[in-house]
Design a binder for this molecule. Structure first.
Ligand code: MN
Length: 293
């Protein structure tokens, strides 16, 4: 294989934040942005980034109440703080610093997402990402599923010279596999790099690829990207060279595009408008199950 550098298409500053419920203050990097439409990062449909925020103590946990999803997966990645999750498929869990929750809504469920009780009571630093990973038509109506991916269950590739680690959440890096099972080929890593570390990522050119700088500052194929910025890559090569100019944490995303029509309405992500109408009817008919607020 001929190595060709993948060009940086844009280094995107965090858009103005908005609240999701009262518990998540997020920058929506996509699909809302001018540069990344609903297909540009497919199979990743949405990236909401809760940049660092200090929450004051509160007895009643902040969050998002009961709501439905159908047709995709929600992936929540915790950097600081703790969140609790409950869904109508009977799954629940708490994720804290370094953990990931990979929830397959698929045919449909109701869920709620709140700050974990004890975290809420004490307050503190909060930083999270939520991704929506699309499903191809043939899997949109498969059964819901829940994967709790604890920090210590991730695949770990240690960079030579004690320069940091690549934590593999999904997919593979240099032969190290991640624990998440996925419906289409994709890679999700947390790269935790020491200052002056250099590393290389290699993905097929047709895989849509980007990275979020969660901490620190890096040089990516010659371009500087600082904390809270998203780097979007062109699909013109395979190789990404990273140099950390300070200690850095990067969320790296790459996946094979799902080349199907997209129809989205609120929390539903389907292929056609008819399917969206069906989803609304099914929620109203109680087919997404029951979950108390
Ligand atoms: Mn949700």
């Amino acid at each position: 294989m001929i190595n060709k550098i993948r060009s940086v298409e844009a280094v995107i500053a965090p858009p103005p934040p908005h609240m999701v419920g009262d518990g998540f203050r997020v920058h929506n990097f996509f699909p809302g942005s001018r540069l990344i439409d609903k297909k540009r990062m497919s199979p990743f449909f949405l990236l909401d980034y809760n940049s660092k925020i200090e929450f004051a103590p509160k007895d009643e946990p902040r969050g998002v109440g009961v709501h439905p999803h159908r047709g995709f997966e929600t992936v929540t990645i915790a950097y600081h703080g703790k969140v609790a999750h409950h869904d109508s498929a009977g799954n629940s869990g708490i994720i804290g610093e370094g953990d990931v929750q990979w929830m397959t809504a698929a045919s449909g469920l109701l869920h709620k997402e709140y700050h974990e009780k004890e975290f809420s009571r004490k307050g503190g630093l909060f930083q999270m990402v939520q991704l929506w990973v699309n499903l191809p038509a043939k899997y949109k109506m498969s059964a819901p599923k829940y994967q709790e991916i604890t920090h210590d269950s991730m695949g770990v590739y240690s960079l030579p010279g004690n320069n940091g680690v690549i934590e593999v959440i999904a997919g593979e890096y240099n032969g190290v596999k991640g624990p998440a099972s996925t419906f289409t080929p994709l890679h999700v890593y947390n790269a935790r790099l020491k200052k002056a570390a250099k590393t290389v990522f290699d993905f097929p050119a047709d895989y849509n690829t980007g990275l979020l700088v969660v901490e620190g500052n890096v040089i990516v194929n010659g371009e500087t990207a600082s904390a809270d910025h998203f780097v979007l890559f062109k699909n013109d090569g395979n190789q990404i060279n990273i140099e950390a100019t300070e200690d850095a944490v990067l969320l790296v995303l790459s996946g094979e595009p799902i080349n199907e029509p997209i129809a989205q309405y609120g929390p539903f992500l389907m292929n056609t408008w008819d399917e969206l109408e069906q989803a609304i009817q099914d929620v109203n008919a109680g087919k997404f199950g029951v979950l108390e607020d």
